[in-house]
Design a protein around this ligand. Structure first.
Ligand code: F6R
Length: 357
């Protein structure tokens, strides 16, 4: 039930710190160490390549997950949109493991891939929010998101839950391989949960930002580099699906290869700057669009912030930044939809689970 909330989406955004704490708890053993079913770890460890299959927001979480699994567990990963995979099947490695990411566990496009993967005899793991869902039943292994029912059509808490579970999977796989890790994930996720709370308590700020950047615009562009690029894709999807503002996410360096032609006086550019290694280059990209009249909304992370940034996120481990940087984007989208009198929880033309191919 919505309780005191006007919309499920707002309630579900607010639940994110709690969901994260629950995930940490559910994936801990009696000694307080992160743990995952041994069979799943064996499957992760015997794979020579991982293929992540997903759609929409879950695909965006998969892009972040690829970074985790490659950087931490050192297994090569490809991420594919499920509706493309069936006929655009890449040349598979000798020992592939398929990971299906699906909040509902019912997405027909993803299920079609699972059916063909099982026909080929390859192992499959489903990461889902719904125990007993089709994709969970039909895969060899399941990891649950523990996010509680997600009712709003626009996915919010499932995204952060997916990113968190993928981080845990990467870390536990690395430990099983005997790799030393430079950080304590439980501790870092605890810091993230606190940061999420701070952000959820800053709703008025995000409502103001939404009003000043998005109240009259017909389009908006999200830019970021590295992991921020993937969060930008999710921010653009969130904004367009509920506010109907035409929105697109780009890698910071890519805008100037064409889309910069669309920048006019006042066009909002939402730029993420949470990664030290690309901070200077993303800020260079912001200057390029500002020179063409864009209205920049810069969301940076503490430690990398500069004068004039629109919002500074509390500092978290930079690999985990998607868990916090997505929250302002969710809230800005929510308020943009609200200010435009859109049906926030049930946007036009969309269904919560897409059970047709
Ligand atoms: C966006 C959204 C959709 C879903 C997509 C996949 O807010 O909700 O893009 O993420 O339809 O759904 P699942 O994860 O249930 O397979």
């Amino acid at each position: 039930e919505k309780g005191t909330y006007p919309h499920y989406m707002l309630k579900e955004i607010d639940e994110q710190p709690l969901v994260l704490r629950k995930i940490i708890q559910k994936y801990q053993n009696d000694q307080g160490e992160l743990a995952i079913d041994g069979e799943i770890l064996d499957a992760m460890n015997s794979a020579d390549r991982i293929y992540i299959i997903a759609a929409g927001t879950s695909y965006h979480a998969g892009l972040v997950g690829k970074q985790y699994i490659e950087k931490v567990a050192k297994v090569p990963v490809e991420v594919h949109i499920s509706s493309e995979f069936v006929y655009n099947t890449p040349l598979l490695s000798e020992k592939p493991l398929f990971i299906f990411i699906s909040q509902s566990g019912e997405t027909a496009d993803s299920r079609a891939v699972l059916v063909s993967v099982k026909e080929m005899g390859h192992p499959a793991l489903t990461i889902t929010n719904v125990p007993g869902s089709t994709l969970s039943r039909e895969a060899d292994y399941t990891l649950l998101l523990h996010a509680g029912p997600e009712i709003a059509v626009a996915s919010t808490k499932a995204y952060t839950a997916q990113v968190a579970v993928l981080a845990i999977l990467a870390e536990v796989t690395a430990i099983a391989k005997g790799r030393e890790l430079e950080f304590n994930l439980v501790q870092e996720l605890g810091i993230v949960a606190n940061a999420m709370e701070t952000l959820c308590d800053s709703k008025e700020t995000f409502e103001d930002i939404s009003r000043s950047f998005l109240s009259t615009t017909r389009n908006a562009f999200f830019i970021g580099r590295s992991i921020d690029y993937y969060v930008g894709l999710e921010g653009a999807l969130k904004l367009k699906e509920i506010s109907y503002i035409q929105a697109e996410g780009f890698a910071g360096g890519e805008l100037k290869h064409g889309t910069i032609a669309l920048i006019e006086d006042g066009t909002p550019i939402i730029a993420l700057a949470t990664q030290e290694g690309v901070n200077l280059s993303i800020r260079g990209n912001v200057k390029e669009v500002v020179a063409r009249g864009a209205n920049p909304c810069i969301i940076s992370m503490k430690g990398l912030d500069q004068d004039g940034d629109t919002f500074v996120l509390p500092e978290v481990h930079e690999m985990l930044s998607p868990l916090v940087s997505v929250i302002p984007l969710q809230l800005i989208s929510y308020y943009a939809a609200l200010h435009r009198d859109c049906d926030v929880d049930k946007p036009r033309n969309l269904a919560k689970s897409v059970t047709v191919e």
